[in-house]
Design a protein around this ligand. Structure first.
Ligand SMILES: Nc1ncnc2c1ncn2[C@@H]1O[C@H](COP(=O)(O)OP(=O)(O)OP(=O)(O)O)[C@@H](O)[C@H]1O
Ligand SMILES: O=P(O)(O)OC[C@@]1(O)O[C@H](CO)[C@@H](O)[C@@H]1O
Length: 309
């Protein structure tokens, strides 16, 4: 089974503004609402690919109810911990003239300690040997930096494999428990290791250093430059594919979803890389935090160019 853990889900409101100007009244051209949060986005894409997952994490208030309703309508299974605090709303602003996207993410209200304990228990009960567990995104603001280290250890003790997509200290701490796969974007990787990396070779070297620490797969997404897929056996650079950009929100999540789905289907490595890259690229073409259609992903798969480094 594939399990997704989203400790800080969100409703994403994507607004389009032509030529956004600071300090002025800006008129919103379009406004769109999607359910989001990284793990939930992963569940959405897995469903689109024809797979199944179980989504868990915290949800609360009217926004939390909206998330549950959407997942139910889509036929995505979930077992969330209901909390008193309202699930956050994040604003994604797309400047349709300049082609620039800006995210305004709320921190996420603090959750009670008893709920953190309940989530750990829920994950422990859900996880069985061989399961793939995706832990993705930020956490509510009062959660300790070592939470992903703790969850990774718990999941590994149950025989599960962790795919971790986190930022800064949460990523660095999580790495200490050697998850099976990590998928930082370049900025997240640089923040985690505290160094700026110039050029693909330097980025690949940083990824290889992490692989040496016992992590089987390191996937570094680099926006329009594509992504590096690094394992002990070697590094593949899947080059970026030029596509019309709707919104880049959720592109990284689509890559992680495809990796999880492909691993579950036991795809060979090259097919895994192609699917992951195609899923990320197709996600960029949709508006807001919408998942791309499976047919689009399959179509793009054929265009993926791989270079061995
Ligand atoms: N502007 C773009 N044009 C083409 N492909 C893109 C673009 N931006 C992203 N991608 C594709 O999507 C993948 C993931 O993008 P990115 O590195 O931005 O992930 P991310 O920051 O983790 O995304 P998110 O956190 O919003 O899910 C890239 O590796 C690339 O294949
Ligand atoms: O604040 P976090 O948890 O780091 O990221 C949250 C978020 O930006 O990630 C998803 C896209 O990857 C969005 O659906 C959501 O709003």
């Amino acid at each position: 089974m594939i399990i997704t853990v989203t400790m800080n889900p969100a409703i994403d409101r994507t607004i389009e503004i032509a030529d956004f100007t600071v300090g002025k009244v800006n008129r919103i051209e379009t406004s769109k609402i999607d359910v989001g949060g990284k793990g939930i986005n992963v569940s959405k894409v897995i469903q689109e690919l024809g797979g199944h997952s179980m989504a868990t994490g915290f949800v609360g208030g009217a926004t939390g109810e909206e998330i549950k309703k959407h997942l139910k309508d889509k036929g995505i299974q979930f077992k969330f911990i209901d909390v008193a605090e309202e699930t956050r709303t994040n604003i994604k602003m797309v400047d349709s003239l300049k082609g620039i996207q800006t995210d305004f993410n709320e921190s996420g209200a603090p959750v009670a300690e008893k709920n953190i304990v309940a989530l750990k228990k829920c994950i422990e009960e859900l996880c069985n040997p061989g399961d793939l567990v995706i832990i993705a995104g930020s956490t509510p603001c009062n959660v300790n930096h070592d939470i992903y280290l703790e969850l990774t250890q718990l999941i590994k003790n149950k025989g599960g494999k962790v795919l971790l997509d986190a930022d800064a200290n949460y990523l660095m701490e999580g790495i200490k428990a050697t998850p099976f796969l990590i998928k930082p974007n370049l900025e997240e990787l640089q923040r985690a290791i505290g160094t700026t990396l110039e050029g693909v070779e330097a980025i690949a070297k940083a990824g290889k250093d992490i692989v040496k620490r016992g992590i089987t797969h390191v996937v570094i997404s680099m926006g329009e430059e594509g992504a590096l897929f690094i394992r002990e056996e070697g590094t593949i650079w899947a080059q970026g594919i030029q596509v019309p950009v709707g919104s880049t929100v959720g592109a990284g999540d689509a890559m992680v979803a495809a990796m999880a789905y492909g691993l579950e289907q036991e795809y060979d490595y090259e097919k895994l890389v192609r699917l992951s890259m195609a899923a990320g690229t197709a996600a960029v073409m949709t508006k807001g935090t919408e998942s791309a259609a499976r047919e689009k992903i399959i179509e793009i798969e054929k265009q993926v160019q791989l270079i061995s480094l």
